[in-house]
Design a protein around this ligand. Sequence first.
Ligand SMILES: Cc1cc2nc3c(=O)[nH]c(=O)nc-3n(C[C@H](O)[C@H](O)[C@H](O)COP(=O)(O)O)c2cc1C
Length: 376
Amino acid sequence: MDRGTTSEARAAMYSRNRLKLGLFGANCSSGRAVTMVPERWSGSWADCLRLAQMADDAGIEFMLPIGRWKGYGGDTDYQGATFETVTWACGLLAATRRLTVFGTVHAPLIPPLIAAKEFVTADHIGEGRFGLNIVCGWNEGEFEMFGATLRDHESRYDYAQEWLDVIRRAWSEEDDFDFAGRFIQLKGVRAKPKPYGGTRPVIMNAGASPTGQAFAIRNCDALFSNIANGISFEETTGHVKNVQALARRGGREIDVYTVGVVTCRKTAREAEDYWRHAIVDNADWRAVDNILAMKNVTPEALGAEEFHRFRNHQANGMGGLPLVGDPDRVAGQLAQLSAAGLTGIAVSFVNYLDELPFFCAEVLPRLARLGLRETI
Ligand SMILES: Cc1cc2nc3c(=O)[nH]c(=O)nc-3n(C[C@H](O)[C@H](O)[C@H](O)COP(=O)(O)O)c2cc1C
């Protein structure tokens, strides 16, 4: 598909694959695995660059960074070292040919016009391959660091709506314009150039609440939903259908993606053993408990049993869907997600660079045989 030509081509990330694949969280030290194993992800620039080029060559569609400003402490200072995501995306876009690279941006922390110009810059570097992941924020400690206040939940999305409205106008309007919102007032706005190729970057959001989902349905090309472990096939299908029906009612189309954590080895036994070793026996439990406490998930609030369940889930990729097994099983699980209507999945590994080659060599051909991806 030609670069930058249509919004549909961008939303499809220039790929005809029925199941799109991305890598999630590589801009942060430890990535998404709250583990102490020494091979955990460095998050260094050299490793990110090698990973992006490996993913690009393998036909992986996208890389999705995490907007994180402050580590979670514990024995590893989990996600303590993080690259700012738009500048990270610029570097990766310059060094790749096909990959869509997202910036994950906290709307309340960056003035909308600076953000709009940054996104356009990244988009020109990548010739139409930049994507925007909007986050509204939830972590008070991070906001305090910026001298910013975390608004109440509903107002966060009201603010994000104005912020995005400004950006879309800056991307599209040829003439100067004023903006008079509840939160944002601007005069004589002029922004050139426009995004690459006369279209605009693909926009996603990961709202989970009804307000968050409604925001995505109104504004985004893609909604990222956490499909929790244990949720049935029917529930997942129902969720996707519901989101898409709501979008169509508003005259829009939306794709639904999810996040997963892959542990794939030659045999199921090897995969399960490594998963237990990295995610249970060597979890950074102090960091896990810090994260949960920030979200008010405590034994007192939830009861011991439910807390225990949450705790295990959090150590595993911050709550992503575990895809653990041999290549047949992992490909089968991915095929199930596709059958449930999901457009794609962003996955993480304990060490992306060490584990991606086996995943690409063994799982991608199986997905091709299942008709979900083309062979490269
Ligand atoms: C795939 C995915 C990616 C997310 N990325 C980030 C992120 O990078 N930074 C962040 O602060 N929150 C992130 N979140 C949290 C969401 O933006 C959102 O705050 C959370 O899902 C709560 O949803 P709600 O605002 O609708 O209640 C992510 C969530 C998901 C499922």
